[in-house]
Design a protein around this ligand. Sequence first.
Ligand code: ADE
Ligand code: ZN
Length: 322
Amino acid sequence: MTLIDMPKIELHLHLEGAAPPDFIRSLAREKKVDIGGIFDENGAYKYKDFWDFLKVYEAATTVLKTPQDFYRLTRAVLAECAANQVIYAETFLAPDFCGGGDVSAWKDYLAAIEQAAQEMQSEAGVILKAIPTCVRHFGPDQAKKTALCASETAGRFVTGFGMGGDETFGTQGDFAYAYDMAREAQLQLTSHAGEWGGAESVRDAIHDLGVTRIGHGVRAIEDDALIEEIIEKDVVLEVCPGSNIALGVYDDLKDHPIARLRKRGVKVTVSTDDPPFFHTTMRKEFGDLAQTFGWDGADFKALNQTALEAAFCDDETRKAVA
Ligand code: ADE
Ligand code: ZN
């Protein structure tokens, strides 16, 4: 078995962001929704920079209207996971796009998503857990609604709480109330930080939100004391190298800090973030890292082990995946 064929664990995958352009186009046609010029001449998602990406992302989600749409999306995304030998995945999904943060509507969407996940677990052997996620630029009040949705459905499928969106909007600490709600509901916590914000943003997520994982976190490399703290507190980074290159956080994979972070002793994992937006897959991520940094089977095994230990699941699931 070559190393790109090995079983993989993916901790950072946005459900809406994993929607293939064809899937969005056909729903738009079916529902007669005008999503504007979000595709290029090859039919791929088209955006100029991160902020434009967020606009295109949100335009694409407008065609995802019903629980049945999310059921179909979840099945399609998990089929792609299986094609990449992903055996366990955690998906971020925003209740804002599933009924606007209304708890009762959210439960209907979630039931459809969980149904698809159960089917795909038996059909394709992929285990999925869900991380309801607030959207930072929708603001702290909307995040409280998201946290309520997450808390009301916490259990064996909904195991975490997260935050994505525009990291330059407000501070991590502005969302402390939402994170406190999620923590009280026994949800495990992660937040996007150190992607568009610097090391300070990562430090704030750890101090002000109490997260045990960081989405991206790569710019922690800019602060030695923070690196020490991350190691000491056993915080794990959900690194998405292909996303960082596609969005221009780094120009080239050889300049990406993932290998340096790992050498320093930081626990890193590898994910795709929003694969069709970034023209990536888990197989491609593994292949590119092997080629650029010379990582071999043992390196990827260690990476998978870190991901398994950091997964937001119970020990029974962990044993089933190991
Ligand atoms: N939502 C989806 N992808 C994201 C990213 N890379 N950063 C922040 N929010 C996101
Ligand atoms: Zn992300």
